[in-house]
Design a protein around this ligand. Structure first.
Ligand code: ZN
Length: 258
C-alpha cells in the first residue's frame, strides 16, 4: 500500500506539463569575451534548460492540465498540480524559486539558461512542450526540478533518468551520466541523503515521464526531497537552504559539462 501510494503521488508530482504560455525567454547574454571572469568555466556558452515542475495556476485550470498528451508510449495529463508541505508550501513555488536561483548561478558562469515557464502564476505548459523547448534549443543539458509527496516516513532525494522509449534512445546513456553528476553534486553540496523509499543510491530510471521519453537532449529529473517529511520540508522551505541546493546543482552541471 505504501508503495502504491508513493507511486501514485510521485506520478501526480512528477509528470507536470501543460499548454500554457510559450517558453521562458533566455536570460540576458553573459559576457563571453576574453578577459571575462568566467572565461575558464566549463559552463561558458553551454545551453541549459531548467524545467521548474508544475505552475501556480494549474490547480485552477483542470480542464487545461488534465488534457491528455502523447508521451511516446502512451497518454498522460498535460500537467499536474504537484504536491505541497503540510505547512502549505507548494511544490510549484519551490521549483520556481530553486530554478531561478540555479539559473542565476549558471548564468554567472557563462551558461545560456532558459526556463520552461515565465512565472509562477500561469498554467502549464504541457510536459510535451517542456521537452520540446529543450529539444528546439538543442540544449547541452536539461534538468526538471521537482519535490516529492510520499509517505511522511520516507526522506531524501533521488534523480531520475530515462529508459529508452523510441526517439530518446540516443540520449539514454548521456542522460545517465548527467544524472550521476547531478546526484553527486546535490549529495555532496546539500548533505541530503539518498531517498529511503525510491531508487537505489539516489538514482532511478523510468519510462513513464513525458519529459524523459520525449527528450532528444541529455535530460534528468530530480526529486529534491519528500515534502511530506518534516525534515525534508524544513530544508525546502528555507531560502538559504534552497540557495545551497542551487549551488550544489550547479556543481553537478559543471562536472557533467567539463
Ligand atoms: Zn513534481
Amino acid at each position: 500500500m505504501i508503495a502504491g501510494v508513493a507511486l501514485s503521488l510521485l506520478a501526480a508530482c512528477t509528470d507536470s506539463s501543460d499548454d500554457g504560455p510559450p517558453a521562458g525567454s533566455a536570460p540576458p547574454p553573459t559576457a563571453t569575451g576574453n578577459g571575462s571572469p568566467t572565461s575558464g568555466s566549463a559552463l561558458r556558452g553551454k545551453v541549459i534548460v531548467l524545467d521548474p515542475g508544475h505552475n501556480g495556476a494549474n490547480a485552477d485550470h483542470p480542464e487545461q492540465i488534465n488534457r491528455k498528451v502523447f508521451v511516446g508510449n502512451g497518454y498522460k495529463p498535460c500537467n499536474t498540480t504537484g504536491t505541497r508541505t503540510t505547512g502549505g508550501y507548494p511544490e510549484h513555488a519551490f521549483t520556481w524559486d530553486l530554478a531561478n536561483r540555479l539559473a542565476k548561478v549558471l548564468r554567472a558562469e557563462g551558461a545560456k539558461v532558459t526556463l520552461t515557464r515565465k512565472n509562477d502564476e500561469g498554467v502549464g505548459p504541457c510536459i510535451t512542450e517542456r521537452a520540446a523547448i529543450a529539444n528546439r534549443l538543442r540544449a547541452d543539458a536539461t534538468l526538471s526540478i521537482h519535490a516529492d509527496g510520499s509517505a511522511p516516513s520516507g526522506h531524501g532525494f533521488h534523480v531520475i533518468t530515462p529508459l529508452p522509449v523510441g526517439k530518446n534512445a540516443p540520449i539514454v546513456t548521456p542522460s545517465r551520466t548527467l544524472g550521476v553528476a547531478i546526484r553527486d553534486g546535490f549529495r555532496s553540496g546539500t548533505g541530503i541523503p539518498f531517498s529511503t523509499y525510491l531508487g537505489k543510491n539516489g538514482l532511478d530510471r523510468r519510462d513513464d515521464l513525458g519529459g524523459l521519453n520525449l527528450s532528444t537532449v541529455p535530460v534528468a529529473f530530480i526529486e529534491c526531497g519528500n515534502m511530506m517529511n518534516p525534515g525534508d520540508a524544513a530544508k525546502m522551505t528555507s531560502g538559504p537552504f534552497r540557495q545551497r541546493m542551487a549551488d550544489s546543482l550547479a556543481k553537478g552541471f559543471q562536472a557533467y559539462l567539463r
